[in-house]
Design a protein around this ligand. Structure first.
Ligand SMILES: NC(=O)c1ccc[n+]([C@@H]2O[C@H](COP(=O)([O-])OP(=O)(O)OC[C@H]3O[C@@H](n4cnc5c(N)ncnc54)[C@H](OP(=O)(O)O)[C@@H]3O)[C@@H](O)[C@H]2O)c1
Length: 237
């Protein structure tokens, strides 16, 4: 299916605004959803996109926003303690057009098949953040896990893009990916945020990513370069 119109759920965040830019560059018509108070953050795009203000887990807001869209890009964030991520994911799964490409963002801590190999440092960090988040009741990491469980169980045309640690900076091009955290190519654990967004937008038109949960890393990182060198050596043999 060719992509003409996309909805970006969570358009006002850092990742969201990069996605808006990439989508406009591809000539897509863009509908953005963000909280009412964040609408000014989209001012630079105001004359080129349709903005639907509202909570991203408000089912009526999502129903209206995804209407007629060939693709939906959804930022899954675990904010608040009212099932923000799972509410957003469920509404997108329920109301997106039957054939639409659905691309969701999350972090490496989400595992699709339990085959990811995390370092002890990574596991400890996730545990600390989860416990602290529960204490301050501002973030609900478990709900992002629940959101992804529902997506993985769905037969919609989904992709869940699992981001590494992020940094700002100019684009280095499309990140490389692997199915499992722990694979050597991902070792550097760093991606430019602008390129995370690029991967999300490119996934809309890449049917090989349907029903995949790629873990991504910047293409210029040492681990990605080392992998490219090994692959090149193998090809030349
Ligand atoms: N940060 C990282 O290092 C990292 C690493 C791996 C993966 N990821 C993934 O990348 C995605 C976006 O991460 P990001 O760091 O780039 O953040 P971001 O794009 O700035 O996104 C934050 C989003 O959360 C919303 N938000 C903030 N406070 C909120 C609240 N109290 N209630 C409801 N929504 C709220 C923001 O909306 P407003 O504009 O309305 O505030 C925005 O849409 C997420 O899926 C995350 O899991 C992040």
């Amino acid at each position: 299916m060719s992509i003409k119109k996309v909805c970006i759920v969570g358009a006002s965040g850092k990742l969201g605004r990069y996605m808006v830019r990439h989508a406009l560059e591809r000539g897509y018509e863009v509908v953005g959803v963000c909280r009412e108070r964040s609408v000014p953050k989209l001012a630079e795009f105001a004359d080129r996109i349709t903005i639907i203000p509202g909570a991203t887990n408000d089912r009526e807001v999502i129903r209206k926003a995804v209407d007629g869209c060939d693709g939906v890009l959804a930022v899954l964030v675990p904010w608040g303690v009212r099932q923000y991520s799972s509410g957003t994911a469920q509404a997108v799964l329920d109301f997106a057009e039957p054939d639409a490409r659905l691309v969701f963002s999350c972090g490496w801590h989400i595992s699709r098949d339990g085959q990811d190999q995390y370092s002890w440092k990574f596991r400890a960090a996730v545990r600390v953040v989860t416990v602290l988040a529960r204490l301050v009741r501002a973030v609900e990491i478990d709900d992002q896990v629940e959101a992804c469980r529902r997506i993985f169980a769905s037969d919609r045309k989904w992709t869940v893009v699992r981001g590494s640690d992020l940094e700002e900076g100019e684009s280095q091009g499309l990140p490389v990916w692997s199915r499992h955290v722990g694979d050597p190519i991902l070792g550097s654990n760093l991606t430019r945020r602008v390129d995370f967004a690029l991967f999300m937008v490119a996934a809309l038109a890449d049917d090989t990513l349907i029903h995949e949960a790629p873990a991504i890393v910047g293409r210029c990182t040492p681990s990605a370069r080392a992998h490219a060198a090994i692959a090149g050596t193998a090809e030349n043999r």
